[in-house]
Design a protein around this ligand. Structure first.
Ligand code: NAI
Length: 455
């Protein structure tokens, strides 16, 4: 049978592309070797948010006295948290399976490999079976980067070193946890295990945590977590992993820390090995598939969306890239814009950002203005954050009075950052934003306040 579209991978890019294409009337085959929902639903975004919500409830009550809430013998049961996480994952993955079925998408379980390509069709094998389609979308996602650190493979094999997948299934809370990499995964998991009682140490190669985020905000976040008991070792190179320890070098001095478990979270790599890309000449760059703004590869009718193209390894970018790829196949004019991709680290408080940072604006020698406000300018924030030290920063292009970036350290920022992303994407001017009515009281009003202070 000849399909209109074969999708390899059923993560956010793959399942959404399958849904959109089938909805538009295409005959779609989706091939997945593991679980529908991909990393996001099974071992990433959704399970971590389930865990972090329990931790947030626990921490809120633990520090409830200043709000008049007192409790004794407060506990958090990790196994109840895990069971609920599994239930949430199951509900969502079942929902996607059912939606694909309703839309008439054929789902095949197995390892796909591209066989060949002619002007008319591309052929893909799964075991003994061969499938053909006019279009191919590669949405195979990414896997944890595994650097050549001595002792790391042994540690992974022994279950001493974990990646994002294994740590989410850990049935016992480790007494001590070393996190290698102070990026998104490292900080979110450190936050959870700190709340459930582990002694957490983060070892980060750079001199700051949270990658490209605004340094002033990440420094405050780090201080918040230091107060909660997390130890940060920055500017450190991990030199060796032993049977129950991690060795690292800081300022030419070697140190060793003993621990029960290690989380490796130093970034991810596109899944492109053994797919047969080279057999039809698909170009890659450092393992990631090269795509244009329509998500086309260099091979006609072959597209790539999501982590596999290495542009922005985020589920929400994957969704939009999937839509652009499907629209392009359908002949509908559409292209990707990466200027307003929001980023969120779901720590407590959350750190959300969109657009460029002050440092980016400086490096690009832009004519820009910055408005920095303490979050207590928001009545709702003040009501809910006794002693909170959150900050909001707005970056505005002084040439045309348009917002080009925003950075917020406060809870709910994951929910309201899209408002600022909308202003950036729609190129709204300050005058246009001033006419928009915000609900009161909301934490998002900090954005409106910053707009009016931007003179
Ligand atoms: P990441 O790129 O966010 O952070 C990796 C960190 O490890 C960086 O700070 C880097 O400097 C550090 N590092 C690299 N090599 C190191 C070494 N040898 N020793 C010590 N530190 C080292 O990567 P992460 O946290 O693994 O996340 C992977 C991907 O998953 C990211 O693209 C992220 O955006 C995505 N993700 C997104 C989430 C969200 O949107 N909330 C949640 C979880 C993951």
């Amino acid at each position: 049978m000849m399909y209109d579209l074969i999708v390899i991978g059923a993560g956010p890019a793959g399942y959404l592309a399958s849904e959109r294409a089938a909805h538009a009337g295409l005959n779609v085959l989706c091939i997945e070797k593991a679980n529908v929902g991909g990393v996001c639903l099974n071992e990433g975004c959704i399970p971590t948010k389930t865990l972090l919500y329990s931790a947030k409830l626990h921490d809120g009550v633990a520090h409830g006295e200043k709000y008049g809430v007192k409790t004794e013998n407060l506990t958090i049961d990790h196994n109840v948290v895990l069971a609920r996480k599994n239930k949430v994952v199951k509900l969502l993955t079942c929902g996607i399976k059912s939606s694909l079925k309703t839309l008439g998408v054929t789902v095949v379980t197995g390892d796909a490999r591209i066989i060949d390509k002619t002007d008319e069709e591309v052929r893909v094998s799964v075991g003994e079976d061969t499938f053909a389609a006019k279009n191919l979308l590669i949405a195979t996602g990414s896997s944890p980067a595994i650097p050549p650190i001595p002792g790391l493979s042994d540690g992974l094999n022994a279950g001493f070193v974990l990646t994002n997948k294994e740590i989410l299934a850990l049935s016992e809370v480790p007494e001590s946890l070393v996190v290698i990499g102070g990026g998104v995964i490292g900080l979110e998991m450190a936050s959870y295990f700190n709340s459930v009682g582990s002694k957490v140490t983060i070892i980060e190669m750079l001199d700051h945590i949270a990658g490209e985020n605004d340094k002033e905000l990440t420094t405050i976040l780090q201080k918040n977590y230091e107060k909660k008991g997390i130890k940060f070792i920055l500017g450190a190179r991990v030199s060796d992993i032993g049977a129950s320890s991690v060795s690292y070098i800081v300022n030419d001095e070697s140190h060793t820390v003993d621990c029960d478990k290690v989380l490796l979270s130093i970034g991810r790599r596109a899944n492109t090995a053994n797919l047969g890309l080279e057999d039809i000449g698909i170009e890659t760059n450092r393992g990631a598939i090269i795509t244009d703004e329509h998500m086309r590869t260099n091979v006609v009718n072959v597209y790539a969306a999501g982590d596999v193209n290495g542009k922005s390894m985020l589920a929400h970018t994957a969704y939009r890239e999937a839509e652009v790829a499907v629209n392009t196949m359908l002949g509908i004019s559409d292209e990707m814009s990466y200027v307003a991709v929001p980023g969120v680290i779901y720590t407590n408080p959350e750190l959300a950002s969109v657009g460029i940072t002050e440092a980016n604006a400086e490096a690009q020698k832009l004519n820009y203005k910055v408005v920095k406000l303490p979050m207590r300018f928001s009545g709702r924030y003040l009501a809910e954050n006794e002693g909170g030290d959150g900050i909001f920063k707005l970056i505005v292009d002084a040439e045309n009075n348009r917002v080009i970036g925003a950075h917020a350290l406060c809870n709910y920022s994951s929910e309201f950052i899209v408002a600022i992303g909308t202003a950036i994407e729609a190129k709204l001017t300050l005058e246009q934003i001033k006419k928009i009515i915000f609900p009161h009281p909301t934490v998002c009003e900090i954005f409106r306040e910053a707009i009016f202070q931007c003179e």
